[in-house]
Design a protein around this ligand. Structure first.
Ligand code: ADP
Ligand code: MLT
Length: 291
């Protein structure tokens, strides 16, 4: 049974419980299962001290990468996708935190206006692409067409289908033209999403983050699951594979997205010890990595 903006389930004793976004009290069952929901491999968050130390090391390496990108006139483009509240914004902000903002920025577009709706679908995204030496990180991207637009009915099924058909060609053009291109997909479990929505609704500092689209997502979990499956199946290409990140623990997600970029980039002065190795429990590529 599910209701508008609600979800029900059973607790450990088999007793039914209901999630109601308006109720300031979060059901204990959800809080308890949030971190391990969706088959998350760790039952504890990464310790804050370990996180802070590694983040500083990685951010220092990112500065070297940025210098290299400017020096070699590379265009760097990364996009972050994932369900509502998967933590895209927080990964991007840690990525950018220590970089020179003149040459590194995030792009989070709002819904298309009348003029944009008349353009070629990719056009409004292309306008924000990096020039030589710049880094651009997209918080959501053209994948909206196969995600939120599809699920919420903001486009037609034929438009989604055309997108799924064309996007590998579109991305191949970028990679063949020399872009450094990374596409991350953050996956979270259902209880984690509910817990984050609940926090956004009841924490005055986070209230702005919750939108009508998020509220609708509470009841559309399985529609988004289907959309996500199609995205993985149809848009992971050799030139532009999805990098799938298990993101219930935000600390690990932030570290592993930055680490992945560094690990897979060559730049002057790279300190392999500081970069470390990607955690295969958290991050991987290809359609079979996440099932
Ligand atoms: P956020 O990006 O903060 O999660 P929302 O959850 O409100 O923002 O919206 C999710 C995405 O859906 C955004 O990228 C937004 O541009 C897109 N969107 C919202 N309404 C429409 C619409 N009518 N047509 C196309 N896209 C839309
Ligand atoms: C996120 O937290 O994943 C996004 O940046 C914001 C959202 O999905 O509401």
């Amino acid at each position: 049974m599910s209701s508008k903006n609600g979800k029900s389930g059973k607790d450990k004793a088999g007793k039914p419980y209901a999630f109601d976004i308006g109720n300031p009290e979060l059901p204990e069952e959800i809080a308890e299962h949030a971190l391990t929901s969706g088959g998350y491999p760790y039952d504890e968050e990464l310790k804050k001290k370990v996180y802070s130390e590694q983040l500083a090391d990685l951010q220092l390496e990112l500065l070297k990468l940025q210098a290299h990108i400017e020096d070699k006139a590379i265009r760097f483009l990364a996009l972050f996708e994932g369900r509502d509240a998967s933590g895209k914004g927080s990964c991007i902000s840690r990525f950018l935190e220590r970089l020179n903002p003149r040459h590194a920025r995030s792009v989070a577009l709002s819904k298309p206006n009348e003029v944009e709706r008349g353009e070629w679908y990719f056009q409004r995204y292309v306008r924000h692409f990096p020039t030589a030496g710049d880094m651009v990180l997209f918080d959501r991207s053209w994948y909206n067409r196969a995600g939120v637009e599809r699920v919420m009915g903001f486009c037609t099924p034929a438009q989604t289908e055309a997108f799924l058909r064309d996007v590998p060609d579109f991305e191949a053009l970028l990679v063949r033209d020399g872009f450094a291109f990374f596409k991350f997909y953050l996956v979270i479990g259902r209880d984690m999403q509910l817990m984050r929505f609940h926090e956004r609704r009841h924490d005055p500092f986070k209230r702005w983050k919750i939108t009508d689209v998020d509220l609708a997502a509470i009841d559309k979990w399985s529609d988004y699951t289907r959309a996500q499956d199609d995205i993985f199946k149809r848009t992971s290409s050799k030139l532009a594979p999805w990098i799938i990140v298990r993101a219930n623990d935000q600390r690990r997600a932030r570290l592993e997205t930055i680490r992945w970029v560094l690990f897979h980039s060559d730049y002057a002065g790279k300190d392999a010890r500081a970069v470390g190795e990607p955690d295969a429990n958290i991050v991987g590529t290809g359609p079979t990595y996440f099932k």
